[in-house]
Design a protein around this ligand. Sequence first.
Ligand SMILES: Nc1nc2c(ncn2[C@@H]2O[C@H](COP(=O)(O)OP(=O)(O)OP(=O)(O)O)[C@@H](O)[C@H]2O)c(=O)[nH]1
Ligand SMILES: [Mg+2]
Length: 388
Amino acid sequence: MVFLTQILGYAPKPLRKFLRRGFMDSLRLHVKGGTGGMGLPRYGGKGGSGGDVYVVGKEKYSLPEVSGKCKKHRISAGSGSDSSAKGILGKSGQHAVIDVPSGVTVYDENGILLGEVNKPGDQLIVAKGGLGGCPETGFSGQRGQAHTIILDLKLIADVALVGFPNAGKSTLLRAISYAKPKVAEYPFTTVRPHIGTITYQDLRQITVADLPGLIEGAHMNVGMGHKFLKHVERTKLLLLVADIQGFQLSPRHNYRNCLETIVLLNKELELYKPDLLRRSALLVINKMDTKDADSIYKDIKSTLRQFPDFVSQCHEEIRPEKIIRFSHILPVAIAQKNPEEITNIKTHIRQALDVFEQEKEVSEQEVLKNKLKETLQREMRLHVPALV
Ligand SMILES: Nc1nc2c(ncn2[C@@H]2O[C@H](COP(=O)(O)OP(=O)(O)OP(=O)(O)O)[C@@H](O)[C@H]2O)c(=O)[nH]1
Ligand SMILES: [Mg+2]
């Protein structure tokens, strides 16, 4: 039968392996704090309190591993032991620990934020154990908190590669790091985020996330939608990659030239979260080795320098309100693997991140200064004798 279907050619094609593997960046778990032990009224004994459920950051860990470890996706902490004549104070129940990768935000089932785990060792209580029985509870142990939590993973990388499909994001990541995301001439080759690390000569390391391509209408769930843009939220620098030849998904879709693709990326980022546009950004114009690339670039170069003016003249359908600011625009042909070009990209990434860190430091110092000033003023008002 199998043989026949293969000959006739109507056997369903199995999904490509990398599509089957999928990418897990969200996981639901039911967590339950332990029940408190019974108190002993005769001796005023107190039952042990129930254990809590913790979420703890662990290095080199992934959500599929969490899922595999938490059977049936239910985790309960131990109950407190009862108070008895031999042990007036019952023992506390054992805490339950759920190891999670760094970059996990925990929400309850109503979408209320419970906290974040940003680095290995970070701890968060997600379900509290119940009180042990005591006079206030009528000597009966209380039930622990029980609810569903959602672990939402946002990758933590320094730089995010954002662009239309086929622009050459994965080719760029392969060129600047040892990561090996798949590269092919069809759109949506990358179906899940990949992280690569650039290692500089002085051993400084910068992480770069290659994300699946965005397309026009991603906010309406076209293509891969905005699903992967959440991974941009924790990056410090946006690296937009645009094909000098523009993009057309298929003959049924509009052709968008290079400038339009940049405006559309700007718009999609804005529709996802306008705050993203305040972030430092670099623009890589790729495939400068293709036909007429130099003359196209010559034509758009001055427009790119006055990008805000150009955007203000765009059709309102594609025009964003907030405009992205590029600190540098780099025309390149990444596939040519020109060492000078690649070093130049790496240097610009590093410089842009240094500027980001400096600005962050300055703004943090400002916040501290203001806080100090406020505290001093408050103290002065309290302690300096007032004139009567
Ligand atoms: N001519 C030329 N082709 C390039 C260049 N860079 C990438 N390509 C080709 O463009 C195609 C798409 O490259 P990818 O790196 O897979 O593009 P991507 O942006 O990761 O695409 P998605 O994963 O689909 O979003 C591949 O066939 C690459 O070989 C370049 O500088 N010049
Ligand atoms: Mg790709």
